[in-house]
Ligand binder design. Structure first.
Ligand code: SF4
Length: 343
């Protein structure tokens, strides 16, 4: 029997930020129709071959979902793999803006997202029309948008960046140009500090990284003095400033693989720890607690994708991401501007 709500769903996060109803998929009743004797993994693999489908999964997905994927990566890696894919079907195990990005880069592929409710607090709180109005205060500025945004926001941008390449993208803008950075203010502040460039920052943030506090992070450092603190730049600058390493999920993995330490405090979504443990089975990974009841900060959107929903999505070829062609082309330009930098 499949529960109506994912086991790891955080109602307190959803309720506080968005209203629980908005996070519930409409297709949970379909899940109960799946034959309980069916070997879902084999069926998914069979359908992938039959439909010439590729499964891309973000590091924040459940381990079972990561294991099903052809490619697991961060948003930059997945954006590049989506472009290389040349598959008839791209099944994207991530959130809506990621699947939309795959569609922007692969207009001839059918892109499906197992749960259309897999949104993103950062992207959802930077609505296109509000962003358009906000930009009116910044004429002549170069608009750099983090990839965690909708196609509408991308279309209003000059260049896209990811957490992997944000420093390089900002550094590529001539020094005499003013810059707007959207929608993550924490990433913007961190990049500003790295590059020395002043930027106008859109006031968005991620609810997952926003739950980490300097106080709880400091308490973890005090409790595990030998452990190195690794954080994502979507965390508050007060946390990043104390970290041993700040970087994207891919960069954190790279750090863990090469570092000689054997304990790491992890300041990002704990889905990444699955890949870290594969790379360093000898090391200990300690997620930063977000309150006295939970020992990590799980993204309620990312975890909406499940093996059952992947099976249904491939079987029924839905929910499908569709985009108006003129919007797609406008959103493609700043994506291509980023990819052409090769960073
Ligand atoms: S972790 Fe934050 S930025 Fe990433 S998808 Fe979830 S809400 Fe969005």
């Amino acid at each position: 029997m499949i529960e109506d709500r994912p086991a790891n769903f955080h109602p307190e996060i959803a309720e506080r930020n968005f209203g629980v109803e908005s996070l519930y998929s409409t297709c949970y009743s379909d899940l109960n129709s799946i034959d309980s004797d069916l070997d879902l993994t084999s069926e998914i693999r069979r359908m992938c071959v039959e439909k010439r489908a590729i499964i891309l999964a973000h590091y924040y997905q459940e381990p079972m979902v990561q294991d099903l994927a052809d490619i697991v990566g961060d948003s930059l890696q997945l954006a590049i793999e989506a472009q290389k894919a040349k598959a008839d079907v791209i099944l994207f195990c991530g959130v809506h803006f990621m699947a939309e990005t795959a569609k922007i880069l692969n207009p001839n592929s059918t892109v499906i997202l197992p749960d259309m409710d897999a949104g993103c607090s950062l992207a959802d709180r930077c609505q296109t029309e509000i962003f358009r109005e906000w930009l009116k205060d910044y004429p002549e500025y170069v608009v750099i948008s983090y990839i965690n945004c909708s196609a509408g926001v991308k279309a209003l941008s000059d260049i896209i960046c990811t957490s992997s390449n944000a420093v390089s993208v900002v550094s590529s803008i001539p020094a005499n140009k003013k810059i707007v950075f959207a929608p993550d203010r924490h990433l913007g502040r961190w990049v500003s500090r790295q590059t020395g460039r002043k930027m106008a920052l859109y006031p968005g943030f991620c609810i997952v990284h926003g739950l980490f506090t300097p106080r709880r992070t400091a308490a973890m450092k005090a409790r595990y003095p030998e452990a190195k603190l690794l954080v994502h730049p979507e965390c508050d600058l007060l946390i990043s400033a104390k970290a041993d390493f700040v970087g994207s999920t891919a960069a954190m993995l790279n750090f863990v693989a090469k570092d000689t330490g054997n304990a790491f405090i992890i300041g990002t979504e704990p889905g990444i720890i699955y890949q870290m443990q594969k790379l360093r089975p000898d090391a200990e990974f300690l997620p930063i607690p977000v309150d006295s009841r939970s020992n990590c900060s799980i993204c309620p959107y990312m975890r909406l994708n499940t093996v059952e929903k992947i099976y249904l999505a491939l079987k029924d070829m839905k929910p499908e991401i569709t985009l108006d062609e003129s919007l797609r082309q406008r959103a493609l330009k700043p994506m291509e501007a980023m990819l052409s930098l090769g960073c």
